[in-house]
Design a protein around this ligand. Sequence first.
Ligand code: ADP
Ligand code: ADP
Ligand code: ZN
Length: 215
Amino acid sequence: MRLILLGPPNAGKGTQAQSLINTYQIPQISTGDIFRANIKQETPLGKKAKNYLDQGLLVPDELVVDIVTDRLQKDDCQNGFLLDGFPRTVVQAEALEQFLKEHQQNLDQVLNIQVRTEVLVERAVGRRVCQQCGATFHIKFKPPTKDNVCDVCGGQVIQRKDDQRETAEKRIKVYEQETSPLIDYYEKRDLLVTIDGEQSIDKVTADILNALKDA
Ligand code: ADP
Ligand code: ADP
Ligand code: ZN
């Protein structure tokens, strides 16, 4: 199964990715996670990407595409993959299309998780992430069992700097300008399924799994 999770920041892509990778036994490829890991380790890539993430801007396409195409050539992607947060521009989508063509692969589905802006901001300001393993929580909708402690690994749970209201709002604007054209792009290729992301986490998962039955 080769899937893309499309949707604005804080729509629930990472949350849904967890169920999908278990169901289909495919790796989750989150470009945001890759950048954050590189920033934490202060790699050359991390140094180039940091300012963009801090400001809620997209990292330039040429830095993103190579990382993803390298990753897609690893053995664990043979049976498929789940792209979370990539592509985010038409240039990235075209590069992915070219790569898949060269490797005689096809996408099965693009899941477009739809959530209104006001709900996205509420999800952003309440989102908390584990510093150690990246697991995601929400102070209201999915609180960790013990305050500020990760249920998965016991790590410390913190707020991402770019989830503060102002940057979160900026990221939504960037999504609307640069990423939302991909809805049309994948609709034209008959790959798009739109999912109502404002339902409970479990109901969103159920709708996604149902949509993928026909994929
Ligand atoms: P994305 O990967 O799209 O940026 P996340 O999966 O990290 O989004 O979710 C953003 C925030 O919203 C997190 O705090 C998460 O716990 C919460 N969340 C995700 N899905 C739902 C949902 N269906 N209802 C309520 N809160 C949700
Ligand atoms: P969210 O799902 O909440 O939008 P991500 O973790 O996917 O957040 O992304 C965080 C940041 O990483 C983005 O704001 C952007 O700076 C950078 N980033 C992630 N993926 C891409 C991409 N495909 N293209 C450009 N920048 C990206
Ligand atoms: Zn953790």
